[in-house]
Design a protein around this ligand. Sequence first.
Ligand code: ATP
Ligand code: MG
Length: 397
Amino acid sequence: MVPTLFEKAIPLLNKIEQAGYEAYFVGGSVRDYLMGRQINDVDIATSAFPSEVKKIFPHTVDVGIEHGTVLVLENGEEYEITTFRTESEYNDYRRPEAVEFIRSLVEDLKRRDFTMNSIAMDISGEIHDPFNGYEDIQSRVIRSVGSAKERFSEDALRMMRAVRFVSQLGFALEVETSKALAEHHSLLRHIAIERVTQEFEKLLSGQNKQKALELLLSSKLYNHLPGLSSKQDSLIRMTNLPIHSLTSAESWLLLLYLLQEEQPKHFLIKWRLSTKTIKRLCKDLTFLQERLGNDWSNYLVYCAGLPTAHRVENVYSVLEGKKSVEVDYITTIYESLPIKNRSELDLTGNDLLQWTNKKPGRWIKQILDTAEKSVINGEIQNEKNAIRGWLHRCKLI
Ligand code: ATP
Ligand code: MG
């Protein structure tokens, strides 16, 4: 039984075929389908050139037309349709400068990175697998298409991809692919950081990240990752912890903690992570450090917020070597909080000004902070008059 995502795309492949061209499902979706894994999107490859694809479908967007990719909008869905191509003129171990559109499926499959990613499936569900990728999937092996040394020299990012697939799929590297990785690791320095980060993110979200991190270490690839070249000890420590079920966000947090950087933000900037992500990670790190010295209090859960508290607790449990993680008690604390944020506090700066006739100043923030903490700790009700009476009794106003 072909999964729904493929079924939904079949009318598109039919249209391309009716126009006289070939069309196949390719790449990760076919690999994942053959492995029984969940599929998130389908990639379509065709012998039709981009201009021909655009004639077949009324609604298209040129998302990467220089690489042969046209985005087709059909039935409220988006599909990437890429023309068969070969890649030539690799400069500086990066992506090719020039691509040539071709009409041969096998030639297109040949330029792909690993045999498991070089399988095509047609609309009848028949598999086209000239490099025996299915056999490698069954043997759980990651093997370069052709000479691994050549393929890694053409595009050094493939080495990072190999390691992230180890993490996601739990496969092992085939001998020649593994040798090529150990030999060519230093070529990774030529690759744009954004591309490396993208693969590293996927590595960190995989179930087998322990194995993948060990491979980064043994192959020496880690030497060419931003800010990690002298951090072998921290990485080894990470591989010795039960990290398999950590999410990518939690893995970043653990790594950041283990690195003990004086300037964690600078380390994250090197990876070109978004400002939002950097902010979140720095916040999480502060609360992880807090958690390492204290249990969760109402106030700590309130200040952290539920998502941070959950991530921190998961990482804390890994650091403490706990087998099962219990984050439910944090949810219970959070749900019992009388207010979830400052705007819910039944006291404003204006109230304080009216009650005191004092001039505005820093004292307002200090009192609001104190009242907020006392409400959260259950010392006073979140009710204006109750708070006012309490402030009087404490001689704060
Ligand atoms: P995922 O499931 O994580 O998306 P994927 O295999 O689909 O994995 P993509 O980055 O989406 O990975 O790439 C789609 C396909 O394009 C791959 O399966 C592979 O055939 C080919 N490919 C991607 N990057 C490269 C590369 N650097 N060199 C050669 N082929 C590549
Ligand atoms: Mg993909």
